[in-house]
Design a protein around this ligand. Structure first.
Ligand code: FES
Length: 345
């Protein structure tokens, strides 16, 4: 989800070309409602795991490795957390939350106020980071980025695939789920930075391998480094998930300064979106309901089908192929190359 190296990374793989309506492909069957914290546990310094069950007692919808849920906090903050428990468990979803002192307050609220028995609004699951079949997987996790990789590893193991994990963190004490990973033996290499320095990506990834897929989640610096290492790998071999938006191309010259006209075909409404206002905000102001969450072009909540017009993609999520197809956009950040867009809203 950043400026592509020679072989463009696949930020995720299910998209419009493969599965019809892009939003449906990513969203699948969603739950939206109140969840109860049925277990809470500190799993590393600054990291708690939460197990959530639907407060109504109903089973939760199925999900696949790489999926995340939106957590809607009482403060109004919406955060995404990767599901990291067993895929087959439809009674509970497990997420892990890192306390982020410099964040928007969501993780701190969870750490300080959310106890067992507490409730919060959740929706999802949605999957922007699906695991594709492969003979060999090279996983790279940094810090809390281990969470989406846990169910991927379980699936790779169950499928009999060859796999290995390189897992880094600031210190061993800050790295979550180490006891769980120990069971996998030598396939897992744990490298706390205070003991080993930066991760040895060259040693772990090796040379480009047509049979292998690389999955990486972690801080931006790690993802950037993995992308650089995989520059010579086949297109689509690298799959990453970011916590924060990549540096997105800034529009040049007059392009940023133009108002655009956006027709919402299903609603029979046409809006003028001035410079400085996102299409998402303009749509919301017009009273047309649309899902959104991160408002940074990373979560996929606001993905909308494009019926006419050329999109100026500014997100950190869509693949190059999806951008080229020009039939979907993330309206929280992307705009139009021309003056007009027609959206399926
Ligand atoms: S709201 Fe997250 S991508 Fe638009």
């Amino acid at each position: 989800m950043t400026s592509p190296p020679t072989a463009a990374p696949d930020t995720h793989t299910l998209g419009s070309a493969e599965a019809g309506t892009p939003s449906a492909a990513r969203r699948g069957t969603e739950f939206e409602g109140t969840a109860t914290v049925v277990a809470r546990q500190t799993v590393a310094d600054g990291v708690v795991s939460l197990e959530l069950a639907a407060s109504c007692g109903e089973p939760l919808p199925p999900w696949r490795p790489g999926a995340h849920i939106d957590v809607v906090l009482p403060t109004g903050v919406i955060r995404q957390y990767s599901l990291c428990g067993p895929v087959k468990d439809t009674a509970r979803w497990r997420v892990a939350v890192l306390r982020e002192p410099d964040g928007r307050g969501g993780s701190q609220w969870i750490h300080d106020h959310l106890v067992e028995g507490g409730e919060l609004r959740v929706r999802g699951p949605r999957n922007n980071f699906p695991l594709r079949p492969a003979a060999r997987y090279l996983f790279v996790g940094g810090g809390i980025g281990i969470t989406p990789l846990l169910p991927m590893i379980a699936e790779a193991e169950a499928a009999g695939a060859e796999w290995s994990l390189l897992y880094g963190g600031r210190t061993r004490a800050s790295m979550a789920f180490l006891p769980e990973l120990e069971g996998y033996g030598e396939r897992v290499t744990v490298r706390p930075q205070d003991q080993y320095g930066l991760l040895d990506l060259t040693g772990h990834l090796g040379d480009p391998d047509r049979s292998a897929l690389v999955y990486c989640c972690g801080p931006a610096g790690l993802i950037d480094a993995v992308e650089a290492h995989c520059a010579g790998w086949p297109t689509g071999a690298l799959n990453v998930e970011r916590f924060a938006a990549a540096d997105v191309r800034q529009p040049a010259g007059d392009e940023a300064e133009q108002p655009i006209e956006v027709e919402l075909r299903a609603s029979g409404t046409t809006l003028t979106v001035p410079p400085g206002l996102s299409v998402l905000k303009a749509v919301e102001q017009a009273g047309v309901p649309v899902l959104s969450s991160c408002e940074e072009g990373i979560c996929g909540s606001c993905e909308t089908s494009v019926l006419e017009g050329e999109v100026d993609h500014r997100d950190s999520l869509l693949t190059d192929d999806e951008r080229a197809a020009n039939d979907t956009m993330l309206i929280c950040v992307s705009r139009a190359r021309g003056r007009r867009l027609v959206l399926d809203l």
